[in-house]
Design a protein around this ligand. Structure first.
Ligand code: ADP
Ligand code: MG
Length: 576
C-alpha cells in the first residue's frame, strides 16, 4: 500500500453510510475506498466531515464491512473520464461501462470492480488543429478525431487556467487516448496534452465565453410541444406525471426525434425491465437524420431501482458532466433524466442517514437548491471560437399519485422553462402524448405565431367548458353553436395534439410541416359552419378528422400528402 496515502478506520456502518475516524486531512466530496478483509475495495464519497470523523456514502452494498476496516482517501473529487469513445456506451452511475447490460437482467458488476470507462487500446485517427505557437485557453481544441458522425475535439483540460502556447504537436496518425498529442507552455511550465482528461462531476464545466438566453426553439417534432409548449435549445423542461402516464415513452420519442446532435439518457432509479427495453431497442433504431443507428450519437447512464441507491445521486451528475463535455465541442446536447424523483429519493435517504433536519415530506432542506443546481447546468453558450452550443435538460418527475403539489415537482417548476403536465386522464383515454393542453405552460417562443396559438387555445378552453356543461345539461340542452365549439376543440385534440409515437411518419412532424398543418387547422377554427343539426355537425367533423389523420400519416411533400390535402379542401368547400 502507498505509504503517503491518507487513511482512516471505520467506526460505524448505517446502510450505505460508513463513518470513519481519520488522523490527518479529508476533503468534502473526495473519493474514498473501504478496504475489506477479503481484499475488496469499495468506492465511496465523503459527504460530511465533522472534527476527526468523516461520513462516506458507499456506492455499493456495505455487507461485510467491519468496524476497524481501513479506509483510503484518494484526494480526488468524484470524477468522470472524458475523451473519445463515450458515444454509444452504456455506463452505470459511476461511469463503469455496462456492455453486458442489454443481455443480462442481472446488471451488477462484481462488487468492488471498477473498470476504465474508455478503451485504452483503441486507436483514433488524430488530426492536429493547433499549430506550434498557437495560444489556447482551457477548453480550446488542440486537434480532433472522428467519433460517429462528429469531429470529437481534443481540448485543453478544463482546469488549466490562463493562456497556453502550443510548443509541440504530434504528426497526424492513429493513436490511443493516453498518447501525448501536444505540449503547451505557460512561462517556464510545460504540460502534456493527451486525448483524455478527468473532471469532477459536481463542478460545472464553464470554459465558454458567455452564457446566452435560450431563444431558438429546439424542434422535438412533437406537435403539442413545439407549437403549444415549446422548448428552447439550451433551455429546461420537465415532464411530471403519475405512474403509467407515458413519461418514459415520451422521453424515448424525444431522444429519437429531437433535432440535436447528442442525446444523453440518464435512466435513474427506474425499473430494470424498462431500462433493458431501451437498451435492446436503441441500437436497432435508425437516426432519422443520418440513417445510422441512433446509439451512435447516444450515451446511456443507467442506475436502475435494483442498483445501490447511493450511485443514483452520482448518476445525475455524471450524465450532466458528459453533456457539458460534448457541448464544449460546439454540439447541441439533449439530456433526458428519468426520473428525477428517484434521484430526490436518494437524497432523502442519505439525508435521513445523516440525521439532518428534514424539510417537507422528509426531503432535505437543500432539495430545492440541488434541483436548481442540476437544471442550471443546462444552457446555450458561445464558445471561445465564437460558435454556439447548448445543453437542453428534460427531467421526468414521478410524483406519487400524480400529485403535483409535492416538493420535487414544486422545486422543479420553479426553475424550468417548460412544464409538460402528463395526465393520467388523457393516458386512460389513450390521448397520446398525454401532455395536458390546459395545465401545461412554456416560457419559450413557439414556431407558430402567437395570435394563431391564442385562437387554438381559446377554442380548447371554450370546448372544455361546453363539455363540462354538457355533462350537466346533456347534449340536447346544449345550443348548436356551443356544440360546434366543442367539436372544434375535440378536432384540435385528435388531429393536432395527439400524435402516434409508433407511426414512422406521424411520430416526427418537422417545423415546416407543423406550420402547414396548423394553418389548415386555423382555417377550420375560423370557419363559421351552419349545420342544420348536431348530428350533421358531428358527422362532418368525423369525416374531416379522418381526412386530417390520413394527411398526418402521409409523408411530407409526397403525392399522398397533396391528395389528402385536396380531400380536406373539398370537404371544407362543401360545408356551408
Ligand atoms: P411512465 O413512464 O409515466 O410510468 P410509460 O411511458 O412507461 O409510463 O407508459 C406506460 C404505458 O402507456 C406504455 O407501456 C404504453 O403502453 C402506454 N403509452 C405511453 N405513451 C404512449 C404513447 N405515446 N403511445 C401509445 N402508448 C403509450
Ligand atoms: Mg417510466
Amino acid at each position: 500500500m502507498n505509504e503517503n496515502l491518507l487513511t482512516g478506520k471505520v467506526t460505524g456502518i448505517n446502510g450505505n453510510m460508513v463513518s470513519v475516524a481519520f488522523a490527518e486531512r479529508v476533503i468534502q466530496n473526495e473519493v474514498a475506498y473501504v478496504l475489506m478483509e477479503d481484499g475488496t475495495r469499495l468506492k465511496g464519497e465523503v459527504i460530511r466531515v465533522r472534527g476527526r470523523e468523516a461520513d462516506i456514502q458507499v456506492f455499493e452494498s456495505t455487507n461485510g464491512i467491519k468496524v476497524g476496516d481501513q479506509v483510503e482517501f484518494s484526494g480526488q473529487l468524484l470524477s468522470v473520464e472524458l475523451g473519445p469513445g463515450l458515444l454509444t456506451q452504456v455506463f452505470d452511475g459511476l461511469q463503469n461501462p455496462l456492455p453486458e447490460l442489454a443481455k443480462e437482467a442481472g446488471y451488477f458488476l462484481k462488487r468492488g470492480l471498477y473498470v476504465y470507462p474508455l478503451d485504452r487500446e483503441r486507436k483514433w485517427s488524430y488530426t492536429p488543429e493547433a499549430a506550434a505557437g498557437a495560444v489556447l485557453k482551457a477548453g480550446d481544441s488542440v486537434g480532433s478525431v472522428p467519433e460517429g458522425i462528429f469531429r470529437h475535439r481534443i481540448m485543453l483540460p478544463f482546469d488549466w487556467n490562463g493562456e497556453w502556447t502550443v510548443s509541440w504537436t504530434i504528426e497526424p496518425g492513429d493513436y490511443s487516448i493516453d498518447t501525448v498529442v501536444a505540449k503547451v507552455r505557460q512561462g517556464s511550465e510545460e504540460r502534456s496534452v493527451t486525448m483524455v482528461q478527468t473532471w469532477p462531476v459536481k463542478v460545472p464545466i464553464t470554459c465558454y465565453k458567455e452564457k446566452l438566453m435560450p431563444k431558438e426553439p429546439l424542434i422535438t417534432q412533437i406537435r403539442i410541444i413545439d407549437t403549444f409548449f415549446p422548448v428552447a435549445k439550451g433551455g429546461t423542461f420537465c415532464t411530471p406525471g403519475p405512474f403509467g402516464a407515458g413519461k418514459t415513452v415520451l422521453q424515448h420519442a424525444l431522444s429519437q426525434r429531437s433535432e440535436v446532435d447528442v442525446v444523453i439518457v440518464a435512466a435513474c432509479g427506474e425499473r430494470a425491465g424498462e431500462v433493458v427495453e431501451i437498451l435492446r431497442e436503441f441500437p436497432h433504431l435508425e437516426d432519422p437524420r443520418t440513417g445510422r443507428s441512433l446509439i451512435d450519437r447516444t450515451i446511456i447512464i443507467c442506475n436502475t431501482s435494483s442498483m445501490p441507491v447511493a450511485a443514483r445521486e452520482a448518476s445525475i451528475y455524471t450524465s450532466v458532466t458528459l453533456a457539458e463535455y460534448y457541448r464544449q465541442m460546439g454540439l447541441h446536447v439533449l439530456l433526458l433524466a428519468d426520473s428525477t424523483s428517484r434521484w430526490a429519493q436518494a437524497l432523502r435517504e442519505m439525508s435521513g442517514r445523516l440525521e439532518e433536519i428534514p424539510g417537507e415530506e422528509a426531503f432535505p432542506a437543500y432539495l430545492e437548491s440541488r434541483v436548481a443546481g442540476f437544471y442550471e447546468r443546462a444552457g446555450l453558450v458561445t464558445l471561445n471560437d465564437g460558435s454556439n452550443a447548448s445543453i437542453t435538460i428534460c427531467g421526468a418527475v414521478s410524483p406519487a399519485g400524480g400529485n403535483f403539489e409535492e416538493p420535487v415537482t414544486q422545486a422543479t417548476l420553479k426553475v424550468v422553462g417548460t412544464f409538460l403536465a402528463l395526465s393520467s386522464e388523457r393516458a386512460h383515454a389513450r390521448r397520446y402524448p398525454s401532455i395536458h393542453p390546459l395545465d401545461s405552460w412554456s416560457k419559450y417562443t413557439s414556431l407558430v405565431p402567437a395570435d394563431k396559438i391564442a385562437m387554438a387555445r381559446a377554442t380548447l378552453r371554450a370546448g372544455n367548458e361546453v363539455n363540462q356543461m354538457m355533462k350537466v345539461v346533456g347534449e340536447e340542452g346544449t345550443p348548436i353553436a356551443d356544440f360546434v365549439v366543442y367539436l372544434k376543440s375535440e378536432f384540435i385534440d385528435s388531429v393536432y395534439l395527439q400524435q402516434n409515437t409508433f407511426d414512422p411518419v406521424d411520430s416526427g412532424c418537422g417545423a415546416e410541416r407543423q406550420n402547414r398543418v396548423f394553418d389548415k387547422l386555423i382555417e377550420v377554427l375560423k370557419k363559421e359552419f351552419t349545420f342544420p343539426d348536431k348530428n350533421q355537425a358531428r358527422v362532418f367533423f368525423q369525416k374531416l378528422r379522418q381526412e386530417f389523420i390520413d394527411w398526418n400519416y402521409s409523408p411530407w411533400k409526397s403525392e399522398a400528402f397533396d391528395t389528402a390535402l385536396g380531400r380536406i379542401d373539398a370537404l371544407l368547400n362543401e360545408a356551408r
